[in-house]
Design a protein around this ligand. Structure first.
Ligand SMILES: Nc1ncnc2c1ncn2[C@@H]1O[C@H](COP(=O)(O)OP(=O)(O)OP(=O)(O)O)[C@@H](O)[C@H]1O
Length: 822
């Protein structure tokens, strides 16, 4: 049996209260407040586009960890609520549909500073600083690699001007994680000796950062704009496309996130893995077909097992049950062998989506449904019977009425008789006679002649013609015809009886074929009903051609009073209608107004009803017959085995398990023309010397939340091995915690490097900010480089310096001009 995985509901965290945070931190912070700034604890904020982690440097792990989203309730109730902003776990306390969420990030760059402000309010408030007028502590904030100056500038402005933070240090998350891990693993750790290659993949982007002797090789650093969010999106799209029936569950982002975090992995070799799964799929299909064939054989016998395509049939016999069983055994054995080992599970996964079982009907319930269906059939029969009786009564009345006119003839009032029959739509006496006879036949009334015994009825047949008068000869001919017709009738009855007997015999001798015949008839009726339904729907659609044509026809023949009423309502001059029908060149706009369609729908409703009833009755009778013979069918109809089962709510992950992470290596899967990670690694490593390559490959450091996908490190090793033809040893180092190491690295940096004079070397103090301007960045081994006008530059650049720079430029361009002229 294959293992079936469940989707566990995500437990939403609740935001800690501001009071709890104050109770926790204020006793710690109070004695530290009087100390110099460098000796005070540092606030560490790892401001990630997926999650924000914040806490004090004296703690082991971040106190706050929340989805970096800000939301506004969509209420419009009152101003106070409308102005409210929810951050992080506060969002979980509201109905997701009633919130307008937004992220402050574009890719992994902060661009919406209003949201940032809400996030910082929340963070400082929940770190025990709710009552403070300014943040009297150093702050370490993470930022993206090569964060644009403009973004940092806005950030500094907000922190210094709005929150009056004492000192701010900016660091890159993956560098923090790298150095933190190095220091923890390496006893002789010193920044200038550290070299390595950081491979980081987080929510929106992935980075490859080579580090040489404690320096980031910026010109070789690369960013790939793909990360966990793209993986999630691809998985979401593919599952929703494949399992459209489970849209409700699969459109829930939490369910997809759960699947991604627990069931996806990174294939070491994409193509080989795809072929492997294809093999599994084919084996399983063959097994299924084999089983189906066996079932059919059991049900219909070997000769009749002709369902399914010949191709599939062939395939199933090639593999055969034996092979399939062996395959299953092999798979189980392989899985058992792998258990406990550090091997990525490459099999397909079956996921059980949440569902609710409907109660299985008891025998009594099935019987009740059967009875109900029978009752419905009976009712339909009764309705038909009533209709027939009504028709018969009408015909009897008509017959009686017509026969009553005979009295006028008997009283020699021929003109009155003629007038009366003409009033009833009958032209002359001949037609009158015919009509009476027709009604009698329909009502099954025998004429006086027919009631006589055969000898009397056909008394002239035995007499030779020469003994008969011309009148009798004529009657003899009629008697002859009547006798032949009666004989034919009798013969037909006999044939019908024989047919019935044959069917009964056929039913007894070959019930399967008989059953199939019944099924065929049922299908015929059902097709007819479906076709009628389709036509009905077609007519009821305003835009359909059939409906337009029908409406046009109705408009042309004129809809009498009803139509007239509508036209009056629409304010048309009555003269136009009086002329009858449509005038040449008159614009026919019947159908343009909604009322026209009401008339049409009224007409469209009646039609088909008699045929429908006949078909429905026929279908009921057939189903009764089938159910008597085929218990499976009875179950299908009355037991409604269509009831959903757990299997109906299962989804199967095949390539979905590894296709999402493959986008990092083949961005073309999501339509991007970028180079993938393997190509980027090759571009970085091929131009460098062997000595440098050796240094770098000694520590290939993997970090970032998205690298949690099992097998990611193995894939990177595989790619590097293929690039590294010289056979340089490759050492893959996985970080301790993919998501928290950046924060922990921040705490490590603050605790080890910020004390006494260190703080000034690693952070921008308020005084420095005011002196050097908002773009100022203090560079250190975990930070970004500053690009643009040099530190303490543009903002404070002397005017004389600017003028001399401009003069230099002018001179240079003049020199170039001269050269061109010569
Ligand atoms: N077990 C897991 N398997 C695969 N992906 C995961 C797993 N856990 C988390 N992720 C993904 O990792 C990503 C978050 O990574 P991380 O926490 O490093 O991002 P971040 O630091 O918030 O963002 P960024 O650094 O891009 O601004 C998310 O896309 C998340 O879906």
């Amino acid at each position: 049996m294959k293992k079936i995985f469940e989707i566990k509901p995500i437990e939403y965290k609740h935001s800690p209260s501001v009071k709890d945070a104050s109770d926790r931190f204020i006793p710690h912070l109070r004695p530290l407040k009087s100390k110099p700034l460098a000796d005070r604890p540092c606030i560490i904020i790892d401001n990630g586009s997926y999650e924000c982690r914040a806490g004090w440097s004296f703690e082991e792990t971040p106190f706050l960890k929340f989805r970096n989203m800000v939301a506004k309730p969509k209420t419009q109730v009152n101003k106070a609520i409308d102005a409210m902003h929810l951050v992080g776990d506060e969002l979980n306390e509201f109905d997701a549909g009633k919130l307008a969420k937004r992220s402050m990030f574009d890719k992994n760059i902060v661009y919406h500073y209003q949201s940032l402000e809400h996030m910082l309010d929340y963070t400082f408030g929940h770190l025990g600083l709710a009552g403070e007028s300014q943040i009297d502590y150093p702050l370490l904030m993470t930022e993206a690699m090569c964060n644009p100056n403009h973004c940092r500038q806005n950030m500094s402005e907000l922190l210094f001007e709005c929150y009056r933070v004492s000192a701010v240090s900016y660091s890159v998350d993956s560098l923090l994680s790298f150095y933190y891990n190095q220091s923890k693993r390496n006893e002789n750790f010193s920044v200038p000796n550290t070299s390595g290659l950081i491979v980081s993949s987080s929510h929106q982007v992935s980075h490859i950062i080579p580090i040489l002797d404690g320096q980031v090789a910026l010109e070789s650093t690369r960013r790939l704009a793909l990360g966990g969010s793209h993986h999630l999106e691809l998985l979401n799209k593919s599952l929703n496309l494949k399992y459209a029936q489970h849209k409700n569950t699969l459109q829930n982002p939490d369910a997809i996130q759960y699947i991604m975090e627990n069931h996806t992995y990174c294939a070491t070799n994409y193509r080989e893995q795809t072929l492997y799964l294809e093999g599994l799929f084919n084996e399983e299909r063959a097994y299924q077909l084999e089983e189906e064939r066996k079932k059919r054989e059991a049900l219909y016998g070997n000769a009749n097992a002709e369902y399914g395509s010949k191709e599939e049939e062939k395939k199933s016999t090639i593999s055969g049950r034996k092979i399939v069983t062996a395959v299953y055994k092999g798979r189980t054995q392989r899985q058992n062998e792998l258990e406990g080992e550090d091997v990525v599970d490459r099999e397909d996964h079956i996921i059980q989506l949440p569902w609710q079982q409907e109660p299985i009907p008891t025998d009594d319930e099935i019987r009740r449904r059967h009875e109900m269906r029978k009752e419905q059939g009976q009712k339909l029969k009764e309705i038909m019977q009533r209709k027939r009786e009504e028709k018969k009564r009408k015909m009897e009345d008509e017959l009686a009425d017509l026969q009553s006119l005979e009295a006028y003839r008997e009283q020699n009032q021929v003109s009155v008789f003629n007038e009366e029959i003409q009033n009833r739509g009958v032209k002359n006496f001949e037609e009158y006679k015919k009509k009476i006879r027709l009604l009698q036949i329909k009502l099954g009334i025998k004429s006086a002649e027919e009631k006589k015994p055969d000898e009397e009825k056909y008394n002239l047949l035995e007499i030779a013609d020469e003994f008969l008068s011309p009148e009798e000869l004529k009657r003899k001919r009629i008697q002859k015809m009547q006798k032949t017709a009666a004989m034919l009738r009798e013969e037909r009855k006999q044939v019908q009886k024989i047919e019935r007997d044959k069917i009964e015999e056929f039913k007894q001798s070959d019930p399967d074929s008989y059953l199939r015949q019944l099924y065929a008839k049922r299908k015929e009726i059902m097709d007819r009903i479906a076709e009628r339904q389709r036509r009905k729907e077609e007519f009821s659609k305003r835009g359909s051609k059939a409906a337009q044509r029908r409406l046009q026809m109705m408009a042309e023949i004129g809809l009498g009073a009803e139509n007239e009423g509508i036209q009056k309502k629409r304010g048309r001059p009555p003269a136009a209608q009086d002329q009858g029908g449509m005038q040449q060149g008159e614009d026919d706009d019947f159908g343009a107004a909604d009322e026209d369609w009401d008339v049409y729908r009224g007409i469209a409703k009646d039609g088909f009803s008699d045929e429908e009833e006949d078909d429905q009755q026929g279908l009921n009778e057939l189903e009764e017959q089938i159910a008597e013979i085929d218990p499976k069918f009875a179950n299908l109809i009355y037991n409604t085995s269509k009831q959903p089962t757990a299997e109906d709510y299962q989804i199967r992950l095949w390539s979905d398990r590894y296709r999402g992470s493959e986008i990092l290596f083949q961005p073309s899967i999501v339509g991007m023309e970028n180079a993938g990670l393997s190509e980027i690694l090759e571009n970085i490593l091929s131009p460098v010397s062997q000595a440098i390559r050796e240094k770098i490959l000694r520590c290939v450091f993997i970090t970032g939340g998205h690298t949690k996908v099992p097998g990611f490190d193995k894939r990177i090793k595989q790619e590097l091995t293929m690039i590294n033809r010289a056979g340089t040893p490759i050492n893959i180092v996985k970080c301790f915690d993919e998501q928290l190491d950046a924060w922990k690295g921040g705490a490590w940096l603050a605790n080890n490097f910020f004390s006494s004079k260190g703080l000034n070397e690693y952070s921008i103090s308020k005084a420095k900010y005011e002196e050097c301007g908002h773009h100022y960045l203090k560079e250190h081994f975990c930070s970004n480089f500053f690009y643009g006008p040099k530190q303490g530059g543009a903002g404070v650049m002397q005017l004389s310096k600017v003028v001399s720079l401009l003069q230099d430029k002018v001179q240079q361009s003049e020199g170039q001009l001269k050269r061109v002229k010569v």
